[in-house]
Design a binder for this molecule. Structure first.
Ligand SMILES: N[C@@H](CCC(=O)N[C@@H](CS)C(=O)NCC(=O)O)C(=O)O
Length: 267
């Protein structure tokens, strides 16, 4: 049996849930509440010393890192193969999945600048400091502090937008031979990006591709039409969370789109 430690809205965990859904694999669900800090629980950190989700335990074997977990699940569970059989095809999938950590970092920047900032800024500085200090990784801690304090005015937001601009351009080019990122077959390359796109949509940022990248827009609609989008993503995200994302992001939508337009011109 496979056990998945995950968070309802956590995009990296959703990546793994999509893979499990596409494989038709059952799992024992262990929710980790990231809002109340359950990721820092010493028992959980024994499994995942980085204090993040996802983590899987399969027949007693522990595995972390969503991209690695997705390949492992593809290998050990029955169901349709989510990577080509040949080495070159697998390498082409990996060229996409290799980028996922840097794209996740950019997604995290936008979420922190738009949502986490709105939630944390009204709290007393002492309480905010306590939240930062819990993070074991000093680089991540410094990033959070910068973004929560400066919001969209942080230079890290421009870096994130530039990363999206490059990703969308590369996707638009690849999808000329679509319908999927590596051609005819739906693979882990597509799966790795779906929850990231949905997070950007929840943050009212979908204009970034809808205004400029038609093939990317069509690709995301195809992803959303797959049953796994509902069972692995939509069904897990509570309505109040969706509403909170909408509420905090709608007033910032135009500002983000304008900044993205400038970044696109420069890139
Ligand atoms: N590279 C890791 C990143 C995992 C990660 O950062 N997960 C986020 C949710 S998407 C998390 O657990 N954040 C909790 C925190 O930072 O406190 C992976 O792909 O598994």
């Amino acid at each position: 049996m496979l056990t998945l430690y995950h968070g309802a809205t956590a995009v990296c965990a959703a990546k793994v849930r999509v893979t499990l859904a596409e494989k038709g694999a059952d799992y024992d669900s262990r929710p980790v509440n990231l809002q109340t800090g359950e990721q820092f629980d010493p028992a959980y950190m024994k499994l995942n010393p980085n204090a993040v989700v996802p983590t899987i335990v399969h027949d007693g074997k522990v595995l972390i890192e969503s991209t690695v977990i997705n390949e492992y699940i593809d290998d050990v569970t029955p169901g349709p193969a989510l990577r080509p059989a040949d080495a070159y095809g697998q390498a082409r999938v990996r060229l996409w999945t290799k980028r996922e950590d840097t794209i996740h970092d950019a997604i995290n920047t936008m979420t922190a600048a738009i949502l986490f900032r709105a939630e944390l800024l009204p709290k007393p500085p002492e309480e905010r400091r306590k939240r930062y200090e819990k993070m074991p990784d000093p680089a991540k801690r410094a990033k959070w502090e910068e973004i929560i304090e400066k919001g969209l005015d942080s230079g890290l937001v421009d870096e994130a937008l530039a990363r999206f601009a490059k990703l969308f351009r590369d996707m638009e080019k690849a999808l000329a031979d679509g319908p999927w990122l590596t051609g005819e077959a739906f693979t882990l390359a597509d799966i790795g990006l779906i929850s990231f796109f949905y997070r950007l949509e929840m943050l009212s940022c979908s204009g970034m591709w809808r205004e400029h990248f038609p093939k990317v827009s069509d690709w995301f609609e195809r992803c959303k039409a797959r049953p796994s989008f509902k069972t692995a993503i939509l069904d897990h995200i509570p309505a109040p969370a969706v509403e909170s994302y909408r509420l905090h992001s709608t007033p910032l939508r135009q500002k983000v789109e304008a900044r993205f337009g400038q970044v696109l011109q420069k890139a």
